[in-house]
Design a protein. Structure first.
Length: 507
C-alpha cells in the first residue's frame, strides 16, 4: 500500500507538470483589426483608477518606450526568457547584440526592449505586474492609453514633468502630452516615485516598492545610445519603429496598430521544437495560460539507451512553483519532483527509483516550520516504509515475503506503539505491555527484523543503503528549500530556481 500510494502521488505530480508543457499552438501576435479596444478578457474590466495605478511606473517614459513596454507585457514568459538570455550574454553590445537578438524567437516588442536591459529586468522581476499590464493593454487598449495621459497631465500640473537635457515634453493638445528624447540618438529612462510625482497616492499591484526611486523629482540613469536602433540597423524592430497613437488609442508598430498577444482573449499560446536523428529524438516546449496565469516549459530526449525529461511550471498569482525530472534506462527508472509556494511557505519533494531488484523512494513536506519525511522500499524480501516528523514522531511498517508483518511508532513525547502479526504493544513510560483480549499485560520488548536497515532520514537514503539519495542535499542539481524556492521579485521570494531570481535557472 505504501509503495502504491507513493507511486500514484509521483505519477500525478509529474503528469501535471508534463501536461502543462505539451506543445501548444502558437497564436497570432497581431490583434484583430476590429473590436480590439472593447474589453473581451476573462475577468471584469479594470476601472480608470485601477488602470492609472497599473501604468504609473511607465507613464512618464518616452512615447516609443511606452509602446514597447505595453506590447512586450503581453508576452510575460518571453520577458523572463529574454532577461535570462541578456544576463548570459552581457559581452554583446551594439550591432552584435542586435544581430544576436534578431535570431531569437521573441516578439518584436520583446526584442526591442533588449536595448533597455534595466527595464527588461524590472519587468521580469515583477511578473505579476507585467502580466496584469499586458492583459489590460490587450483588452482595454484605449483606456490604458488614456490612463497614461491622465498621469502625465497630473505630473505636469504638479510641476514635476518638464523638458530638459534628457526629455522634451510637448503639450500637443489639451488631452495629449508627448514625451520624446531630447537627443534622438540617446534615450534616458525616467526614475521616479509615482505617489510624489503625480501628487496622488498610487499603489501598483504586483510591483515591488524597492524598485521605485524614493525621490520627489524625476531622475535619469545612464542614457542608452540607440542610434543603430533608430535607423533600423539590422532589424525591423528597432526603437524608431515604435510609437503611441494617442488619438487612435493604441500602440503603433511599423505604422500600424499593435495590440500584442491574442492569448489574452482567453486562449493559450506557446512554442515547441523537435529534432530527430538516427540515434533518437529531442523535444522542447514552452507555454503560457493567461486564464490561470501559469507559465510552463519542458523538454525530453530519447535514444537507444533510454529517455529523460524535465519540466517546470510557475504561477505568479498563487506563488506556486513546481518542477520534475524523469529518466528511464534498461537498468531502471528514476523520477524526482519538487514544489514550493512562496505565499504559504508549503514545500514538498519526492524522489522515486526502480530497478531489477525493487522500488525505492523518499519524500518530504514542510510548512510553518513543521516537516515530515517518508521512505519506502519494496524488494523480493518484502516491503517497508518509514515516516519521521521534525517534532520527533517516528513510524515504521513492513511486511515480509513469507507473510509476516509489523509496525512501530513513537510520538514526540516518547510514547511507543507497535503491532506484529496481529499483536498490539505499547510503552507509555512504564515498560512494554501487550493487549490481550482488551487487557494490557507487561511483556518483554517486542522485536522484528522487518524494518532492518531503516533509520533516521538524516542517516539513511532510499533503499536503506546508508547512502543519501542524489535528490537531497544538493545532489543532481537539486538545491535546498531556501535555494530552490521560486518566489517572484514582487513577492520578495527566494533567489529563484538554480539560484537566480527570475523564472527559473534557464542556463
Amino acid at each position: 500500500m505504501i509503495r502504491i500510494f507513493a507511486k500514484r502521488c509521483l505519477s500525478i505530480t509529474l503528469s501535471f507538470l508534463l501536461i502543462l508543457t505539451l506543445p501548444i499552438e502558437a497564436r497570432g501576435q497581431q490583434a484583430p483589426s476590429t473590436g480590439a479596444q472593447a474589453y473581451s478578457g476573462q475577468g471584469e474590466p479594470l476601472s480608470a483608477n485601477e488602470l492609472e495605478a497599473l501604468v504609473a511606473p511607465i507613464a512618464l517614459y518616452p512615447d516609443a518606450l511606452v509602446a514597447q513596454v505595453l506590447g512586450a507585457a503581453t508576452f510575460p514568459d518571453q520577458i523572463a526568457f529574454a532577461n535570462d538570455w541578456l544576463q548570459q550574454n552581457k559581452n554583446l553590445t551594439g550591432q552584435a547584440l542586435m544581430k544576436a537578438v534578431d535570431q531569437q524567437p521573441w516578439d518584436p516588442s520583446v526584442k526591442a526592449l533588449s536595448q533597455f536591459p534595466t527595464i527588461l529586468q524590472k519587468m521580469a522581476g515583477n511578473l505579476s505586474w507585467t502580466s496584469s499590464l499586458g492583459e489590460a493593454y490587450h483588452t482595454q487598449a484605449s483606456q490604458v492609453m488614456a490612463a497614461v495621459q491622465t498621469l502625465r497631465a497630473q505630473a505636469k500640473a504638479a510641476g514635476n514633468l518638464k523638458s530638459g537635457s534628457q526629455i522634451t515634453v510637448v503639450q500637443e493638445s489639451p488631452q495629449t502630452i508627448v514625451i520624446q528624447p531630447t537627443n534622438p540618438q540617446v534615450v534616458y529612462v525616467p526614475q521616479y516615485n509615482p505617489t510624489v510625482v503625480y501628487g496622488t497616492a498610487y499603489t501598483t499591484p504586483g510591483y515591488s516598492a524597492t524598485d521605485v526611486a524614493m525621490t520627489g523629482l524625476i531622475s535619469f540613469g545612464v542614457g542608452m545610445a540607440v542610434g543603430a536602433a533608430i535607423s533600423g540597423g539590422c532589424c525591423g524592430w528597432g526603437y524608431s519603429y515604435w510609437n503611441c497613437n494617442w488619438h487612435g488609442g493604441a500602440v503603433y508598430y511599423g505604422g500600424g496598430a499593435y495590440y500584442g498577444n491574442n492569448a489574452w482573449h482567453g486562449g493559450y499560446y506557446g512554442s515547441t521544437a523537435s529534432a530527430y536523428g538516427p540515434y533518437g529524438s529531442a523535444h522542447a516546449s514552452a507555454g503560457y495560460n493567461p486564464s490561470t496565469g501559469t507559465y510552463a516549459r519542458g523538454g525530453s530526449i530519447s535514444g537507444p539507451y533510454g529517455s529523460a525529461g524535465a519540466a517546470q511550471a510557475y504561477n505568479p498569482y498563487t506563488g506556486t512553483a513546481a518542477r520534475g525530472t524523469a529518466t528511464s534506462t534498461p537498468y531502471g527508472n528514476s523520477a524526482t519532483a519538487q514544489a514550493y509556494n512562496a505565499n504559504t511557505g508549503a514545500y514538498g519533494a519526492t524522489h522515486q527509483t526502480s530497478n531489477a531488484y525493487g522500488n525505492y523512494g523518499e519524500s518530504t513536506y514542510s510548512k510553518n516550520g513543521e516537516s515530515a519525511y517518508t521512505q519506502h522500499e519494496t524488494t523480493a524480501q518484502g516491503s517497508v516504509g518509514t515516516a519521521q516528523t521534525s517534532y520527533g514522531g517516528k513510524a515504521v511498517a513492513g511486511s515480509g515475503a513469507n507473510g509476516n508483518y509489523g509496525a512501530a511508532g513513537e510520538t514526540a513525547n516518547g510514547d511507543k506503539y507497535a503491532t506484529a502479526n496481529g499483536n498490539e504493544y505499547k510503552n507509555t513510560g512504564s515498560g512494554w505491555e501487550k493487549n490481550t483480549n482488551g487487557s494490557w499485560n507487561s511483556v518483554q520488548k517486542p522485536t522484528t527484523s522487518s524494518a532492518s536497515g531503516w533509520g533516521d532520514r538524516s542517516a539513511t537514503g532510499a533503499g536503506g543503503s546508508g547512502e543519501r539519495s542524489s535528490a537531497w542535499g544538493g545532489g543532481g542539481g537539486w538545491q535546498s528549500r531556501a535555494e530552490s524556492a521560486r518566489g517572484s521579485y514582487s513577492r520578495g521570494g527566494g533567489g529563484g530556481w538554480g539560484g537566480r531570481g527570475g523564472w527559473g535557472g534557464r542556463r
